[in-house]
Write a protein that binds this ligand. Structure first.
Ligand code: ZN
Length: 385
Protein backbone atom coordinates (compact mmCIF):
# COMPACT_ATOMS: atom_id res chain seq x y z
CA UNK A 1 0.00 0.00 0.00
CA UNK A 2 3.00 2.30 0.44
CA UNK A 3 3.73 2.23 -3.29
CA UNK A 4 1.66 4.26 -5.73
CA UNK A 5 3.17 3.70 -9.17
CA UNK A 6 3.25 6.87 -11.27
CA UNK A 7 4.67 8.24 -14.52
CA UNK A 8 5.76 11.86 -14.95
CA UNK A 9 4.89 13.59 -18.21
CA UNK A 10 2.74 10.71 -19.34
CA UNK A 11 0.21 9.96 -22.02
CA UNK A 12 -2.88 7.82 -21.58
CA UNK A 13 -4.91 6.40 -24.45
CA UNK A 14 -8.61 5.58 -24.18
CA UNK A 15 -10.62 3.62 -26.75
CA UNK A 16 -14.37 3.95 -26.14
CA UNK A 17 -14.75 3.03 -22.46
CA UNK A 18 -11.41 1.27 -21.98
CA UNK A 19 -7.85 2.25 -21.09
CA UNK A 20 -5.78 0.81 -23.93
CA UNK A 21 -2.32 2.27 -23.42
CA UNK A 22 -0.19 4.60 -21.33
CA UNK A 23 3.45 5.52 -20.96
CA UNK A 24 5.98 8.33 -21.00
CA UNK A 25 5.58 11.13 -23.56
CA UNK A 26 9.26 10.54 -24.45
CA UNK A 27 8.38 7.10 -25.81
CA UNK A 28 5.48 8.21 -27.92
CA UNK A 29 5.98 7.97 -31.71
CA UNK A 30 3.02 9.47 -33.55
CA UNK A 31 -0.26 9.32 -31.71
CA UNK A 32 -3.42 9.48 -33.74
CA UNK A 33 -6.40 10.38 -31.54
CA UNK A 34 -9.83 11.87 -32.23
CA UNK A 35 -9.70 13.97 -29.11
CA UNK A 36 -6.74 15.18 -27.08
CA UNK A 37 -6.91 16.52 -23.53
CA UNK A 38 -3.88 18.52 -22.42
CA UNK A 39 -3.23 17.72 -18.75
CA UNK A 40 0.00 19.72 -18.40
CA UNK A 41 0.68 20.42 -14.72
CA UNK A 42 -2.22 18.22 -13.65
CA UNK A 43 -2.50 14.70 -12.21
CA UNK A 44 -4.47 11.81 -13.68
CA UNK A 45 -5.73 9.27 -11.17
CA UNK A 46 -8.24 6.41 -11.18
CA UNK A 47 -11.66 7.54 -9.92
CA UNK A 48 -12.53 6.82 -6.29
CA UNK A 49 -14.23 3.52 -5.50
CA UNK A 50 -16.60 4.18 -2.61
CA UNK A 51 -17.41 0.71 -1.29
CA UNK A 52 -19.78 1.70 1.54
CA UNK A 53 -22.68 4.15 1.23
CA UNK A 54 -26.34 4.59 2.15
CA UNK A 55 -27.13 7.35 -0.34
CA UNK A 56 -30.72 6.22 -0.94
CA UNK A 57 -32.59 7.92 1.86
CA UNK A 58 -35.41 10.38 2.37
CA UNK A 59 -34.97 13.82 3.92
CA UNK A 60 -32.18 14.81 6.25
CA UNK A 61 -31.55 14.73 9.99
CA UNK A 62 -29.98 18.09 10.72
CA UNK A 63 -32.23 18.50 13.79
CA UNK A 64 -30.51 15.48 15.39
CA UNK A 65 -27.18 17.10 14.49
CA UNK A 66 -28.23 20.16 16.47
CA UNK A 67 -29.49 17.93 19.33
CA UNK A 68 -26.08 16.29 19.49
CA UNK A 69 -24.34 19.67 19.63
CA UNK A 70 -26.64 20.46 22.56
CA UNK A 71 -25.50 17.36 24.44
CA UNK A 72 -27.48 14.28 23.36
CA UNK A 73 -25.54 11.17 22.30
CA UNK A 74 -26.19 9.05 19.18
CA UNK A 75 -27.72 6.44 21.51
CA UNK A 76 -29.90 9.03 23.33
CA UNK A 77 -31.26 10.14 19.96
CA UNK A 78 -31.93 6.54 18.88
CA UNK A 79 -33.77 5.88 22.16
CA UNK A 80 -36.00 8.91 21.53
CA UNK A 81 -37.14 7.42 18.21
CA UNK A 82 -34.57 9.29 16.19
CA UNK A 83 -31.70 7.79 14.27
CA UNK A 84 -32.24 4.98 11.79
CA UNK A 85 -35.91 4.52 12.81
CA UNK A 86 -36.55 8.21 12.03
CA UNK A 87 -35.08 7.73 8.54
CA UNK A 88 -37.09 4.52 8.11
CA UNK A 89 -40.39 6.27 8.90
CA UNK A 90 -39.60 9.06 6.43
CA UNK A 91 -38.61 6.59 3.75
CA UNK A 92 -41.71 4.41 4.20
CA UNK A 93 -43.82 7.53 3.54
CA UNK A 94 -41.84 8.63 0.47
CA UNK A 95 -42.85 7.54 -3.03
CA UNK A 96 -40.38 5.53 -5.10
CA UNK A 97 -40.16 8.37 -7.64
CA UNK A 98 -39.41 10.99 -4.98
CA UNK A 99 -36.85 8.70 -3.35
CA UNK A 100 -35.17 8.19 -6.72
CA UNK A 101 -35.01 11.95 -7.40
CA UNK A 102 -33.51 12.71 -3.98
CA UNK A 103 -30.92 9.94 -4.36
CA UNK A 104 -30.05 10.83 -7.97
CA UNK A 105 -29.08 14.35 -6.85
CA UNK A 106 -26.65 12.92 -4.30
CA UNK A 107 -25.17 10.56 -6.87
CA UNK A 108 -24.61 13.41 -9.36
CA UNK A 109 -22.77 15.31 -6.64
CA UNK A 110 -20.41 12.47 -5.73
CA UNK A 111 -19.54 11.76 -9.36
CA UNK A 112 -18.38 15.38 -9.69
CA UNK A 113 -16.23 14.76 -6.60
CA UNK A 114 -14.46 11.95 -8.42
CA UNK A 115 -16.39 8.81 -7.48
CA UNK A 116 -16.56 6.36 -10.38
CA UNK A 117 -17.87 3.25 -8.61
CA UNK A 118 -20.15 3.05 -5.61
CA UNK A 119 -21.85 0.52 -3.34
CA UNK A 120 -25.30 1.48 -2.06
CA UNK A 121 -27.17 -0.23 0.79
CA UNK A 122 -30.81 -0.61 1.69
CA UNK A 123 -31.64 -0.50 5.41
CA UNK A 124 -33.89 2.53 5.84
CA UNK A 125 -36.95 0.57 4.79
CA UNK A 126 -37.12 -2.13 7.49
CA UNK A 127 -40.36 -3.54 6.03
CA UNK A 128 -40.46 -5.94 3.08
CA UNK A 129 -42.08 -3.32 0.82
CA UNK A 130 -39.84 -0.42 1.82
CA UNK A 131 -36.64 -2.46 1.53
CA UNK A 132 -37.70 -3.58 -1.96
CA UNK A 133 -38.52 0.05 -2.81
CA UNK A 134 -34.99 1.11 -1.83
CA UNK A 135 -33.39 -1.67 -3.83
CA UNK A 136 -35.50 -0.84 -6.90
CA UNK A 137 -34.30 2.76 -6.61
CA UNK A 138 -30.70 1.49 -6.51
CA UNK A 139 -31.42 -0.64 -9.59
CA UNK A 140 -32.74 2.42 -11.44
CA UNK A 141 -29.70 4.50 -10.43
CA UNK A 142 -27.53 1.71 -11.82
CA UNK A 143 -29.41 1.92 -15.12
CA UNK A 144 -29.53 5.70 -15.46
CA UNK A 145 -26.00 6.61 -14.33
CA UNK A 146 -22.72 5.78 -16.04
CA UNK A 147 -20.78 4.87 -12.90
CA UNK A 148 -20.55 1.31 -11.57
CA UNK A 149 -23.18 0.61 -8.88
CA UNK A 150 -23.31 -2.40 -6.53
CA UNK A 151 -26.32 -3.06 -4.29
CA UNK A 152 -26.49 -4.45 -0.75
CA UNK A 153 -29.44 -5.72 1.28
CA UNK A 154 -29.02 -4.29 4.78
CA UNK A 155 -32.45 -5.16 6.18
CA UNK A 156 -30.83 -5.88 9.57
CA UNK A 157 -29.85 -2.22 10.08
CA UNK A 158 -32.06 -1.55 13.13
CA UNK A 159 -34.86 -3.30 14.99
CA UNK A 160 -38.21 -1.78 13.94
CA UNK A 161 -40.52 -0.50 16.71
CA UNK A 162 -43.05 -3.29 16.11
CA UNK A 163 -40.35 -5.86 16.85
CA UNK A 164 -38.82 -4.06 19.84
CA UNK A 165 -39.67 -6.95 22.18
CA UNK A 166 -39.24 -9.74 19.63
CA UNK A 167 -36.04 -9.22 17.70
CA UNK A 168 -35.95 -12.89 16.68
CA UNK A 169 -39.23 -12.46 14.80
CA UNK A 170 -37.66 -9.62 12.80
CA UNK A 171 -34.55 -11.70 12.02
CA UNK A 172 -36.93 -14.48 10.91
CA UNK A 173 -38.68 -11.98 8.61
CA UNK A 174 -35.34 -10.96 7.08
CA UNK A 175 -34.38 -14.60 6.55
CA UNK A 176 -37.70 -16.05 5.44
CA UNK A 177 -39.16 -13.14 3.43
CA UNK A 178 -36.71 -10.40 2.52
CA UNK A 179 -33.67 -12.42 1.48
CA UNK A 180 -35.61 -14.85 -0.78
CA UNK A 181 -37.61 -12.01 -2.35
CA UNK A 182 -34.54 -9.87 -3.04
CA UNK A 183 -32.63 -12.85 -4.43
CA UNK A 184 -35.56 -13.81 -6.65
CA UNK A 185 -35.76 -10.30 -8.14
CA UNK A 186 -31.92 -10.09 -8.32
CA UNK A 187 -31.94 -6.75 -6.54
CA UNK A 188 -28.74 -7.12 -4.52
CA UNK A 189 -25.18 -8.42 -4.75
CA UNK A 190 -24.45 -8.38 -1.02
CA UNK A 191 -25.98 -9.11 2.38
CA UNK A 192 -25.13 -6.81 5.29
CA UNK A 193 -25.87 -6.71 9.04
CA UNK A 194 -25.31 -4.03 11.67
CA UNK A 195 -23.56 -6.29 14.17
CA UNK A 196 -23.54 -4.14 17.32
CA UNK A 197 -24.75 -4.10 20.93
CA UNK A 198 -28.43 -3.11 21.00
CA UNK A 199 -28.80 -4.02 17.32
CA UNK A 200 -27.89 -7.50 16.01
CA UNK A 201 -25.73 -9.90 18.03
CA UNK A 202 -23.32 -12.58 16.81
CA UNK A 203 -26.03 -15.23 16.55
CA UNK A 204 -28.36 -12.96 14.51
CA UNK A 205 -25.43 -12.01 12.29
CA UNK A 206 -24.50 -15.65 11.67
CA UNK A 207 -28.08 -16.61 10.83
CA UNK A 208 -28.52 -13.73 8.37
CA UNK A 209 -25.16 -14.18 6.64
CA UNK A 210 -25.78 -17.91 6.29
CA UNK A 211 -29.24 -17.34 4.79
CA UNK A 212 -27.88 -14.64 2.47
CA UNK A 213 -25.09 -16.91 1.24
CA UNK A 214 -27.57 -19.70 0.55
CA UNK A 215 -29.36 -17.25 -1.77
CA UNK A 216 -26.17 -16.16 -3.52
CA UNK A 217 -25.66 -12.89 -1.60
CA UNK A 218 -22.06 -12.26 -0.52
CA UNK A 219 -21.57 -10.99 3.07
CA UNK A 220 -20.24 -7.47 3.83
CA UNK A 221 -20.87 -6.35 7.40
CA UNK A 222 -20.99 -3.35 9.72
CA UNK A 223 -18.91 -4.36 12.70
CA UNK A 224 -16.84 -3.01 15.64
CA UNK A 225 -18.23 0.53 15.36
CA UNK A 226 -18.85 1.00 19.07
CA UNK A 227 -17.91 -2.39 20.58
CA UNK A 228 -15.52 -5.25 19.71
CA UNK A 229 -17.08 -8.60 20.60
CA UNK A 230 -16.14 -11.06 17.89
CA UNK A 231 -18.10 -9.78 14.89
CA UNK A 232 -15.00 -9.60 12.69
CA UNK A 233 -14.47 -13.35 13.24
CA UNK A 234 -18.06 -14.06 12.18
CA UNK A 235 -17.50 -12.02 9.01
CA UNK A 236 -14.35 -13.97 8.16
CA UNK A 237 -16.08 -17.29 8.98
CA UNK A 238 -18.74 -16.51 6.37
CA UNK A 239 -16.11 -15.27 3.88
CA UNK A 240 -17.29 -11.66 3.98
CA UNK A 241 -15.88 -9.61 1.13
CA UNK A 242 -15.38 -6.77 3.62
CA UNK A 243 -15.77 -5.91 7.29
CA UNK A 244 -16.56 -2.23 7.69
CA UNK A 245 -16.15 0.42 10.44
CA UNK A 246 -13.61 -1.23 12.82
CA UNK A 247 -13.27 1.85 15.04
CA UNK A 248 -12.86 -0.55 17.98
CA UNK A 249 -10.32 -3.30 17.22
CA UNK A 250 -8.59 -5.81 19.45
CA UNK A 251 -5.71 -8.12 18.68
CA UNK A 252 -8.00 -11.11 17.96
CA UNK A 253 -9.74 -9.08 15.24
CA UNK A 254 -6.41 -8.31 13.55
CA UNK A 255 -5.29 -11.95 13.80
CA UNK A 256 -8.49 -13.36 12.37
CA UNK A 257 -8.19 -11.10 9.30
CA UNK A 258 -4.70 -12.37 8.48
CA UNK A 259 -4.72 -14.96 5.69
CA UNK A 260 -8.37 -14.22 4.96
CA UNK A 261 -9.84 -12.80 1.74
CA UNK A 262 -11.82 -10.21 3.75
CA UNK A 263 -11.00 -6.52 3.23
CA UNK A 264 -11.06 -4.26 6.31
CA UNK A 265 -12.81 -0.96 5.48
CA UNK A 266 -12.42 2.30 7.42
CA UNK A 267 -14.96 5.14 7.34
CA UNK A 268 -13.14 8.18 8.75
CA UNK A 269 -15.86 10.74 7.90
CA UNK A 270 -18.15 8.87 10.30
CA UNK A 271 -15.56 9.10 13.10
CA UNK A 272 -15.14 12.79 12.31
CA UNK A 273 -18.86 13.53 12.36
CA UNK A 274 -19.68 11.51 15.51
CA UNK A 275 -16.41 12.31 17.32
CA UNK A 276 -15.76 8.62 17.92
CA UNK A 277 -12.31 6.96 17.59
CA UNK A 278 -10.80 6.48 14.14
CA UNK A 279 -10.13 2.99 12.80
CA UNK A 280 -6.55 2.12 13.87
CA UNK A 281 -5.21 2.15 10.33
CA UNK A 282 -1.54 1.97 11.32
CA UNK A 283 -2.13 -1.08 13.49
CA UNK A 284 -4.03 -2.78 10.65
CA UNK A 285 -1.59 -1.91 7.85
CA UNK A 286 1.52 -2.52 9.96
CA UNK A 287 0.17 -6.01 10.73
CA UNK A 288 0.43 -6.70 6.99
CA UNK A 289 -3.27 -6.30 6.26
CA UNK A 290 -4.76 -4.19 3.48
CA UNK A 291 -7.28 -1.42 4.20
CA UNK A 292 -9.94 0.25 2.08
CA UNK A 293 -11.45 3.70 2.65
CA UNK A 294 -15.09 4.62 2.00
CA UNK A 295 -17.48 7.43 2.92
CA UNK A 296 -20.42 5.72 4.71
CA UNK A 297 -22.55 8.54 3.17
CA UNK A 298 -25.82 8.46 5.18
CA UNK A 299 -28.18 10.96 6.84
CA UNK A 300 -27.34 10.10 10.47
CA UNK A 301 -23.63 9.63 10.97
CA UNK A 302 -22.00 10.85 7.70
CA UNK A 303 -24.01 13.30 5.60
CA UNK A 304 -21.13 13.58 3.13
CA UNK A 305 -20.11 11.52 0.10
CA UNK A 306 -16.83 13.33 -0.47
CA UNK A 307 -14.01 10.80 -0.96
CA UNK A 308 -11.47 13.63 -1.14
CA UNK A 309 -12.34 14.54 2.44
CA UNK A 310 -12.06 10.84 3.42
CA UNK A 311 -8.53 10.71 2.00
CA UNK A 312 -7.47 13.92 3.76
CA UNK A 313 -8.94 12.71 7.04
CA UNK A 314 -7.22 9.33 6.69
CA UNK A 315 -3.88 11.10 6.27
CA UNK A 316 -4.44 13.71 8.97
CA UNK A 317 -6.18 11.63 11.64
CA UNK A 318 -5.22 8.02 10.88
CA UNK A 319 -1.60 8.63 9.88
CA UNK A 320 -1.96 6.98 6.52
CA UNK A 321 0.49 8.17 3.86
CA UNK A 322 -1.00 9.77 0.73
CA UNK A 323 0.05 6.63 -1.21
CA UNK A 324 -1.75 4.35 1.28
CA UNK A 325 -4.84 6.55 1.33
CA UNK A 326 -5.10 6.74 -2.47
CA UNK A 327 -4.60 2.97 -2.83
CA UNK A 328 -7.20 2.41 -0.10
CA UNK A 329 -9.71 4.66 -1.89
CA UNK A 330 -9.19 3.13 -5.34
CA UNK A 331 -7.89 -0.42 -5.87
CA UNK A 332 -8.76 -1.65 -2.37
CA UNK A 333 -12.20 -0.05 -2.54
CA UNK A 334 -12.75 -1.80 -5.87
CA UNK A 335 -11.82 -5.12 -4.25
CA UNK A 336 -14.30 -4.44 -1.42
CA UNK A 337 -17.01 -4.15 -4.11
CA UNK A 338 -15.89 -7.24 -6.02
CA UNK A 339 -14.95 -5.17 -9.10
CA UNK A 340 -11.17 -5.05 -8.76
CA UNK A 341 -10.48 -6.64 -12.13
CA UNK A 342 -12.16 -3.82 -14.08
CA UNK A 343 -11.93 -0.77 -11.78
CA UNK A 344 -9.68 0.93 -9.25
CA UNK A 345 -6.44 1.46 -11.16
CA UNK A 346 -5.01 2.80 -14.40
CA UNK A 347 -4.41 -0.55 -16.07
CA UNK A 348 -4.65 -1.56 -19.72
CA UNK A 349 -7.99 -3.24 -20.29
CA UNK A 350 -9.71 -1.65 -17.29
CA UNK A 351 -12.57 0.84 -17.58
CA UNK A 352 -11.50 4.41 -18.40
CA UNK A 353 -12.69 5.94 -15.12
CA UNK A 354 -10.33 8.81 -14.38
CA UNK A 355 -9.88 11.96 -12.37
CA UNK A 356 -7.98 14.86 -13.92
CA UNK A 357 -6.97 17.28 -11.20
CA UNK A 358 -6.46 21.02 -11.42
CA UNK A 359 -2.83 22.13 -11.63
CA UNK A 360 -1.28 20.89 -8.38
CA UNK A 361 2.38 20.35 -7.44
CA UNK A 362 2.04 16.68 -6.38
CA UNK A 363 -0.60 14.10 -5.48
CA UNK A 364 0.24 14.61 -1.80
CA UNK A 365 -1.12 18.14 -2.25
CA UNK A 366 -4.65 16.67 -2.53
CA UNK A 367 -4.96 15.39 1.08
CA UNK A 368 -2.68 18.18 2.33
CA UNK A 369 -4.74 21.15 1.09
CA UNK A 370 -7.90 19.69 2.65
CA UNK A 371 -11.42 20.98 2.15
CA UNK A 372 -10.67 22.32 -1.31
CA UNK A 373 -11.81 20.84 -4.62
CA UNK A 374 -8.74 19.81 -6.60
CA UNK A 375 -10.69 18.03 -9.35
CA UNK A 376 -10.92 19.58 -12.79
CA UNK A 377 -12.56 16.77 -14.76
CA UNK A 378 -14.03 13.34 -14.15
CA UNK A 379 -14.09 10.74 -16.93
CA UNK A 380 -16.44 7.75 -16.60
CA UNK A 381 -16.41 4.96 -19.18
CA UNK A 382 -14.28 7.17 -21.41
CA UNK A 383 -16.77 10.07 -21.31
CA UNK A 384 -16.07 13.46 -19.71
CA UNK A 385 -18.76 14.14 -17.11
ZN1 ZN B 1 -22.78 2.17 7.01
Amino acid sequence: MKILPSIKNAYLLIDHDTIVDYGSMDDIQNLDADQVIDATGKMVLPTWCDSHTHIVYSGNREQEFVDRINGLSYEDIANRGGGILNSAEKLQNTSEEDLYQQSAKRLQKVIKLGTGAIEIKSGYGLTVDAELKMLRVIKRLKKEFPLKVRATLLAAHAIPKEYKNDKTAFVDLVINKMIPEVAKEQLANYIDVFCEKGYFDLEDTERILKAGKEHGLIPKIHVNQFNAFGGVGVGVKYEALSVDHLEEMNIEDIDVLKNSATMPVALPSCSYFLSIPYTPARQIIDAGLPLALATDYNPGSTPSGNMNFVISTACIKMKMTPEEAINAATINGAYAMGIGTMYGSITKGKKANLIITKEIPSYAFMPYAFGENHIDNVIINGQII
